[in-house]
Design a protein around this ligand. Structure first.
Ligand SMILES: Cc1ncc(COP(=O)(O)O)c(C=O)c1O
Length: 393
């Protein structure tokens, strides 16, 4: 193992790296193999029974996958990590590891649409009840807890209205009641927020976003205590949401520049949010780095930066909003975030397309809401693109 250093970017480059003594390769190889051979039956038995270290079958574990897990554990200040074939595989496998039939889960109402659908459509099939609450109202979380609550699940900042949840408070509540606190920290990334330092037990990312960072890999990550990650890997083996070694290698590569990219996402987020706030064709801007945001002081205390997602409401109707989006020339009309290219989408037609109108209303997702996921281009160019589209509505 080589020295990993202390700084965030030093860790993104070096943590989890193993020096390849046979070739001296600086970059770890891609072990694109589905299976590993043994030199003898004894070795096979020792590895299978975990008496000796080694690999058996890529669905169980793989050296390229392991390298990215070790890096992520360091970045999130967690004991261990497991990676998955998508953010949704990470979320569903985590929850299915934590709950059993008859259990109860408390969650933020503001959630990524896929997670909400899993909570509302899949968990009830296994007799797991879910209470959805406004997680920015701490008393509501507290009063939603029942004797059989096993998990408190939150997203922060939330998708797409960027509400900020007080993680220290929620973590204390979980600890007091012996309930696992799980955070989807995708919108923050470990550069801006480290939930384990605030007492959170389990941190999840859709690594498809900032961690991969180039709009070219689909992956998920879960970080937590070693004992939990071991159970989680057992569940991953059975459910099968393993990350392919090439995707793991892309993720490793993306992570090396996470600090550089996040600094730029944060800068672009702030500059574009300020521009939008002053624009006469914009009714409302959602960005936790603006003093006008209701959770600004909490966000400032809890986060190092505020990320590259800015949501805003156009002063007009659905048709006007569509016209604005369709006139953008630099920003891609696409439903993701956290990559090098700026993406724009209307949440009602993307992340929240399958969410009921009633639930959308409760989460404040209107027909005029636009989610801008800023990339790492020059903010002047992004602003010029927005301005020319505003001029057409
Ligand atoms: C906050 C959040 N969590 C989880 C997911 C799901 O991740 P994936 O698309 O990698 O399955 C998304 C996807 O947009 C997301 O925005």
């Amino acid at each position: 193992m080589i020295s990993e250093g202390k700084g965030f970017s030093t860790k993104t480059v070096h943590a989890g790296s193993v020096r390849d003594s046979s070739t001296g390769a600086v970059v770890p190889p891609i072990y694109e193999t589905s299976v590993f051979a043994f030199s003898s039956t004894k070795e096979m038995i020792d590895i299978m029974s975990e008496k000796a270290e080694g690999y058996v079958y890529t669905r169980y574990g793989n050296p390229t996958v392991r390298a990215v897990e070790m890096k992520m554990a360091k970045l999130e200040e967690a004991e261990d990590a497991a990676v998955f074939s998508s953010g949704m595989a990470a979320i569903t496998t985590t929850i299915l590891t934590l709950v059993s039939s008859g259990d109860h889960l408390v969650s933020t109402r503001d959630l990524y649409g896929g997670t909400l659908e899993f909570f509302q459509s899949t968990l009830p099939k296994f007799d797991v009840k879910v209470s959805l609450v406004d997680a920015t109202n701490f008393d509501l979380i507290k009063s939603a807890i029942r004797k059989n609550t096993e998990v408190i699940y939150v997203e922060t900042p939330t998708n797409p209205t960027l509400k900020v949840v007080d993680l220290s408070k929620v973590a204390k509540l979980g600890k007091k009641n012996r309930i696992a606190v799980v955070v989807d920290s995708t919108f923050a990334s470990p550069y801006n927020l480290r939930p384990t330092e605030l007492g959170v037990n389990i941190v999840i990312h859709s690594a498809t976003k900032y961690l991969g960072g180039h709009n070219d890999v689909t992956a998920g990550v879960v970080c937590g205590a070693r004992s939990f990650v071991q159970k989680l890997k057992g569940m991953r083996k059975n459910l099968g949401g393993t990350l392919d070694p090439f995707a793991a290698w892309l993720l490793l590569r993306g992570l090396k520049t996470l600090g550089l990219r996040m600094a730029r996402h944060n800068l672009n987020g702030m500059q574009v949010a300020k521009y939008l706030e002053k624009h006469h064709k914009v009714k409302k801007v959602y960005y936790p780095g603006l003093p006008s945001h209701p959770h600004y002081s909490l966000a400032k205390r809890q986060m190092k930066g505020f990320g590259g997602v800015v949501s805003f409401e156009i002063d007009g109707d659905f048709e006007t909003t569509m016209r604005f989006v369709d006139n953008l020339k630099l920003c891609y009309l696409a439903g993701s975030l956290g990559g090098t290219e700026t993406l724009v989408a209307q949440p009602i037609l993307s992340s929240h397309y399958f969410v009921s109108i009633e639930d959308r209303k409760k989460a404040g997702i209107t027909d005029q809401l636009v989610r801008l996921a800023l990339g790492i281009e020059d903010s002047e160019d992004i602003i010029a693109d927005l301005e020319q589209a505003f001029n057409k509505i």
